[in-house]
Design a protein. Sequence first.
Length: 612
Amino acid sequence: MMRTNDTRSHAAPNPKMALLPGCGRPLNYIPKQSDPDYTGELFRNALSSVGIKNHEVAMSMTTLREFAMLQFMNSVTDKPDWHIKINNPEIAAKWKNEVLSSVDQDFTDAMADWCVEELRYKATLVPEAPACPPPLVVYNGDVVKSDTAVSTELKIALQHAVKVFQDKVPERLKDWHPGSNEKVWDLVHPSLFPLIYGRTRVFTNGETTTLDDCIKRCGQGEIAEVPPEEQTVEARVNCIIHHRHKLFSAKFQWLPCEVDISSQEARITSYINNLHPAEEKPLYELVAKLITSSIRLWNLTLAPLADPEFRHGQRIEYTSAEYDPDPENGPDTDGPQQEPGEDDDDYFDRRAEWCEENRQVILPEPSNPFSPLPEPPKFDLKARYAERGLQVIVKLANIELTPEKPEYEGGSWHVEGQMNEHIVATSLYYYSCENVTTSTLSFRQLVNKEETFDIDYQQNYHEWLSEVFGCENEGPTVQEIGGVETREGRLLTFPNILQHRVGPFKLADPTKAGHRKIVALFLVDPNIKVISTAHVPCQQQEWWWSLTRGKENRQIAGLPVELQDHILEDVDFPLSLQEAKALRLELMEERKAFVVDHGKAFEGAKFSLCEH
């Protein structure tokens, strides 16, 4: 986790004040042990410039062959009853032969044997009752998948509830994500009606809203102050990294809802931004169940980050660059010979070129025999944060394809959010896929270039870096890990130390429409509380108008509709949908610039193999 040496004195907090980043505390606040609400250090996060610079979010350099092994095991565990079939020698041999005969894979018998043994080991962890595989760590980081964490009953209930929700929206009022060419329908999106510094009203006196009064209390609270510029950069000691686009936004923050996890089932206690708390109660209950399911996977995803001393083991280690053939050390009679009258320098250059062309890096193999890799200590969100609760940002989106628009182009590499949200992990649930081709969510990791110092290699011989690790000297210290199929019914979690990218897909039958529907849950770092919907009464003008026009407000309800409209239009808060959409465009432009700038920072460190 992140560490700080901040020893500055701080005034005693007012117990009646809200103590949140941007509200009672600096926007770039870092929890300290002296805080009355301290629960631990912040989890490592790839959004942190210091985390990137100090290798806090870097993974160990991984060989291409180990990535291939992980991808093979991922594909096997996508198969039905893999945990049973892997123990059938004939089936295991068939899977092994398939990967060995693949023309686009560098796979050896030793690699395949290790994978089979590791899968058999994982199969022993499957309980007898119910006999379904537990969530699986697919890639280090940890990326976790499960096709059984969410029941079929919950999936069907979610499909039905979302259809009811969708059917309420006329075609002309569908909220297509800006720039998506009407392919991505934002059913619930945190960029609409976010916290707007200098505009949004926030409870600063410790009060909170509930699901029952969040609309009624619209307009209460104090206007959130615009943070000073110095709070948009990290507050950590020795932070000398400066970006044109700051890590914290001084304009916007996505609003999470509060989640009570003190009992067996998670319970949402403040409104999901842009999902009506009274009219959409069935969806609230289903999202809460998804959060319950996600916690089990988040425990696995966050376990390596919860222990600063834990290091992932490696199936294939690489400590020395060796070659076979190695023309440099072969007989002088091999290769080109000096021609009569040829200048010595010309000959040596020609021979050196031949040596380079014919030198072959010996690719490493996994250790033998198989032994389970070390696992991080168990981590349990409920046990650690039952009293404190969690904060979760919710998004529901449909990717809708038609014969006229048959293809989704995919996304770009990014890490979720800005530092304002302190997102530490993501959960994605794919609850409906119809008439679309297979798509994957791909990941890539930052690695520590200093690990090359521990590899023994000859001066000027750098081929091993690309052939063994897929990286280039003077290139970015980034490795592509692999992808996970985004099939219907799959729950997928991953940490905010990895970049991810949505892969392209298209209609399976180009004559019919198709879709992929997703619920995204972004977990706020549980060691810091941010401004949430508990602190912000609803900002949606339509919700407020509906309640204000209702029978409960006799003063307004008794007036003619025209006069009601005139009175309500004179109120400058809450926000109209039109204004909220304009602000969303501003937020998106800011975040688009941030993603580009952060991508440059993520790729900023370069390999630099020194000459001996």
